[in-house]
Design a protein around this ligand. Sequence first.
Ligand SMILES: *Cc1c(COP(=O)(O)O)cnc(C)c1O
Length: 443
Amino acid sequence: MNNADLLQRSLAAVWHPCTQMKQHAGGELPMIPIARGQGAWLYDFDGRRYLDGISSWWVNLFGHANPRINAALRAQLDELEHVILAGFTHQPVVELSERLSALTGGTLGHCFYASDGASATEIALKMSFHSWRNRGRETKQNFLCLEGSYHGETIGALAVTDVAIFKDAYAPLVRSAATVPTPDARKAEPGETPADVARHAAAALEKHLAAHHETIAAFIVEPLIQCASGMAMYDPEYLRLARALCDRYEVHLICDEIAVGCGRTGTFFAHEQAGIKPDFLCLSKGISGGYLPLSIVLTTDTVYEAFYDDTTVRGFLHSHSYTGNALACRAALATLDIFAEDEVLEQNIARSQKLAATLAPLANHPRVRNLRQRGMIIAFDVVSDDPRFSRHFYRAVLEREVLTRPIGNTVYLMPPYIVNDDEIAHLGHAVAGALEATTCAPA
Ligand SMILES: *Cc1c(COP(=O)(O)O)cnc(C)c1O
């Protein structure tokens, strides 16, 4: 096997995600065949390597071919790979549910399983609506989301997603939710703090809820960071105020921690930093260590009890074929074991400080704006008129042995939690070099 061979066959047979395929055919966008991964590195067939600066689309927490997750999966393979979860149960799914619930302090005591993040969003929306209906609140049929929100790309999830490039083409198919202003800290006027921006945004939320709460089932948010719309970071004060407003107006709060959960922001769950508890919590991406598709919706006893009844159709009759897959649950348990055994959240404090230090010199770069960080995500915006900036930067950084995928003009790093000092320095050099290569002239 070599790079060129696999590349040709891939372009002929595979429809790649989130891609205008013609850009690959024209050679404008390189496609990288990967032979194997080891730790934070990916290797092609011709001896080139790439440092995985975005955890393979935010999923990989402890490196590729992680020995402990591999061993756990090998052992699970000999026991049970998968069994129907309707009417049957198994050890990994029970143990994972217990452990996740314990991580929420027991406030979210019931776990519902699916495979992808978008399905978790759909499940949370359906459960919220249906639980209100089961309690006689039939008018609660709408949802509310933030400006710039991203909750997945199936048609139901697009209803609460506000990213034009993913949504506009399908707008006629989607029953769009209302949006309220984002608390994105970049909106701060001179003299304002991120908490001020959060309070203004919460005032707009209050106005919307005061007028429409009778028809709103749930408000869905990405706690602390709206990742997909460009790593928009905001003050935890917003979540505190939103929680209080949702309580006051009897609207469920759904925390979509598909990207920001599993330690990404510094705490295991991002909402912990606001000291709040959601009614629904969506997890996916990192929960299986980046090994297998797994998503989970956790919810409260109150929601669960709204479905618990003698009547079948008052139950939550939703399913996916691979719901509660034993291998995926085992990978998640191995991932939680690593968090505990290696004191990962504590170790990541030093790691995130090193990430900050490696990009700190860019803060004064004439084309860099809004250098920002929370935990293991660091981002900045680049002033550039080039509509193809993100593709040019992507290429320039690949040439420097690093994988990143800028979102528009936002460059970010979101590495696995095993990057060492040398690898962090390599990330910094590659990003700085690519920045020079793509923005030669000063702004
Ligand atoms: C990635 C993501 C999703 C969708 O997950 P998929 O597994 O890609 O369907 C939903 N919400 C957030 C916040 C995400 O980052």
